[in-house]
Design a protein around this ligand. Sequence first.
Ligand code: HEC
Ligand code: HEC
Ligand code: HEC
Length: 364
Amino acid sequence: MKWKRPLAWIAGAAVAAGIGGFVFAAAGFAPIAASSGHWAVTDWFLHFAMRRAVKTQSLGVAIPPDVSLDDRALVLRGAGHYESGCAPCHGTPTTQPSVVVRQMTPKPPHLPPHIPSWEPEHLFWIVKHGVKFTAMPAWPALHREDEVWAMVAFLRRLPDLSEAEYRALAAGDAGSGNRLRSHDDPIGAVVAESCARCHGAEGLGRGAGAFPKLAGQTEPYLLASLRAYAAGERHSGFMEPVAAMLDDAALQRLAAYYAAMPAGAAEATAAGDRALGERIATRGIPERGVPACVQCHGPKEAPRAAVYPSLAGQYADYITVQLDAFANGTRGGTPFAHIMRSIAERLEPAERGAVAAYYSALAP
Ligand code: HEC
Ligand code: HEC
Ligand code: HEC
């Protein structure tokens, strides 16, 4: 049994190193100061380990068949969030992160030159899970993988964008048309700096179905939805951080502001089968227990309960994303959202596209 001896030595040395490490840490000598940075060799090793981990742990990730990373709606959605959720640490095409962020160890890299070295699946993994011990955060709504793919779609475009192109994608026409702009109205500033960048200056989304129309939506539904995001009961990595930073009085004013704006026009360009959509919306699918959508969402003669959102003229892309999220249990919502889960999961994907096409083409 000669071989036991070297093993015992190795085990002994490992135990001694463990105890030594513990004593070193307990005595308070661990080099934790961000100000001293990493040694070059530590830096190299940590990046090596991080790159290997991302590549191995993203092996099970695949771009879903219904996701096209060239889709303009995905790129816009990702850009809107990048500006508030990523640029403070990673900068924009030509700007660097703030002086404060540059004192972090490791420093968040200026992203454009880094993107081409990753495949989309790798970027998906990094954005979804974040990187421990580096301040790179995980996605706030882990199950909304559709949102993570939107970030990936935008990141792939980032290396080729000029600063002006970036601004146009991330902010659009946010500055114009804001009715609340005044020095003494703090809500005006929130609308200008936050909401309008994504939902457009007129509250009509920004085309392409990237962001829902809010203008003319019922006030109780807008307020209930904002509260649900703020409380983490409606899941979205785009909206939860925005709503959670505002107090309830601000949410009430925002809901009233958007409800009072003029609703837009119908969107007549969606691809789904509109005739099938109309049949489902007006009659439901009785044999599968799907009720007629018009009962709650209109159009109908009798008044509707205002906690049921209007769908007429909403973007088809957005309606489809919501129905998919209801069906796979990742949407959450107001206290009434369970109604929609059992309805959406009984619809086939083509039927969801069909009702979306029907509603988007109706005049609000
Ligand atoms: C609080 C600061 C912070 C925020 C906010 C942040 N990151 Fe990071 N990110 C980091 C740091 C630090 C690293 C470096 C990790 C490392 O050194 O391994 C990093 C790394 C990355 C990387 C890998 C870069 C590479 O090649 O090593 C990507 C991609 C990335 N972040 C994307 C994003 C996106 C997209 C967002 C917004 C959704 C975001 N980050 C938000 C701090 C941040
Ligand atoms: C970074 C982009 C972004 C910003 C900034 C933003 N939103 Fe949103 N908003 C979205 C996206 C994307 C959705 C759809 C999220 C989902 O799938 O639940 C959304 C959804 C909503 C909804 C739900 C609409 C519906 O029909 O259910 C409301 C209400 C809303 N936003 C209000 C606001 C308000 C008010 C602000 C400003 C305080 C704001 N948003 C700022 C991107 C944004
Ligand atoms: C019994 C009432 C009821 C019926 C019937 C109903 N819905 Fe809903 N629907 C709701 C409620 C309540 C919500 C709001 C859920 C939330 O966000 O909490 C909603 C939300 C939605 C949304 C999300 C809207 C947004 O702005 O995010 C879509 C899309 C939708 N319903 C589509 C449909 C379709 C399509 C049908 C028919 C197949 C249907 N609904 C039938 C009650 C209903």
